[in-house]
Design a protein around this ligand. Structure first.
Ligand code: AMP
Ligand code: MN
Ligand code: MN
Length: 341
């Protein structure tokens, strides 16, 4: 098979080794640990996992996220340390970006907080990550940034506290759809087994992650279902959410997390898309593919977004229906160009 441009970029990306990164962590004293806006389980879990390992090594750690800690992840021990940037420039040696495909996706205020850092470390699994750190570790074969951190921590003998253990599990569980997506590997299950061996309570952590959603999330689902449209002979499903509905239902950004899996799971659907109007007026697009020949990351890139082959996103200016029309046009062409799975 011919290599794609993405493969070549993956190949030529000069990644640091685990031992080089561990050395960098040991040599410095203060860190700001960050992740992407609208943080998901992998973002918050990765921040807590590496941040707490650093604290156990005696380091000073600031946990910054542009949008703060979402309520659905507040059960994670130590998560109260994750705060929104307060506008001040932090006095730190090293800035660490985790699970964040591009530097601007850390958020403008988070970037201000990290301004004084002398060194940038970028650890991620998005294939669209250009390697914006001084030191980079981008492994697009890993299903979650949390799994990269697990291998870094275990292979370099860094501290694996209960905080780090639970955070890694949630990071990987949420990014793999509970260890189900095709990116889930032998190493992922071996990692999970090891975390359980180290005392992780599977029933408790899964109940907290998946079985305690607020009622308003079901009301949101009702609205989304009313907007559901199927096209391209049932190969493309999409739904949308206007900002007015979010206000009416008092929704929080994390309420829609994972709901796209419901339409992704429809028999015959190969691409699912979710269009959301944000308070800023921008439109956020979430896309999922079930056919490896339909690369939604490539579609996302056409609109300034990025992600993975089977899961990608966009944030762009425009109207809800305008952006929807443009993105569906590209997706429809992509789908038409490949045979169904
Ligand atoms: P989501 O649909 O928000 O769950 O995102 C799917 C995947 O694409 C995640 O790994 C995101 O980090 C990534 N992603 C989402 N939006 C963007 C964006 N605007 N730029 C780059 N990557 C993104
Ligand atoms: Mn993420
Ligand atoms: Mn991730």
């Amino acid at each position: 098979m011919l290599a794609t441009i993405a493969d070549i970029q993956d190949f030529t990306m000069s990644n640091a080794t685990f031992s080089e990164i561990a050395e960098l962590l040991r040599q410095h004293d203060s860190f700001v640990v960050m992740s992407h806006v609208r943080p998901d389980g992998d973002a918050i879990g990765s921040q807590l996992a590496l941040g707490h390992a650093l604290e156990e090594m005696g380091k000073t750690v600031h946990y910054i996220n542009e949008d703060g800690l979402p309520d659905n992840l507040a059960f994670l021990p130590h998560s109260e340390r994750i705060v929104k940037p307060a506008g001040e420039v932090l006095d730190v040696d090293v800035a660490i970006a985790l699970d964040c495909a591009t530097k601007p996706r850390l958020g403008a205020n988070a970037l201000v907080a990290a301004e004084k850092a002398k060194l940038w470390l970028n650890i991620d699994h998005h294939k669209s990550n250009p390697g914006y750190g001084d030191v980079n570790l981008i492994d697009s074969s890993s299903p979650a940034t949390g799994q990269i951190l697990y291998h870094l921590i275990t292979s370099e003998g860094l501290p694996m506290s209960a905080v780090t253990r639970d955070a890694i599990y949630v990071a990987v569980s949420t990014d793999t759809g509970s260890f189900q997506y095709s990116g889930t590997t032998v190493a992922t299950y071996e990692m999970a087994a090891d975390l359980v061996r180290q005392g992780l309570d599977v029933g408790d952590i899964n109940a907290k992650t998946y079985d305690s959603h607020p009622y308003r999330r079901v009301e949101l689902l009702r609205r989304l279902l009313n907007s559901l449209e199927m096209s391209e002979g049932g190969r493309l499903a999409d739904w949308k959410l206007a900002y007015a509905v979010q206000e009416e239902l008092s929704l929080k950004p994390e309420d829609s997390e994972g709901l796209i899996d419901m339409i992704r799971a429809i028999e015959g659907v190969e691409v699912a898309a979710f269009f959301e109007e944000l308070q800023t007026g921008e439109i956020r697009v979430s896309m999922r593919s079930k056919n490896p020949a339909i690369d939604v990351c490539e579609v996302a890139k056409q609109f300034g977004g990025g992600g993975h082959t089977m899961a990608a996103g966009i944030r762009t200016e425009g109207s809800l229906d305008g952006v929807r029309g443009e993105v569906l046009k590209v997706l429809t062409a992509q789908i038409a160009a490949v045979a169904s799975v």
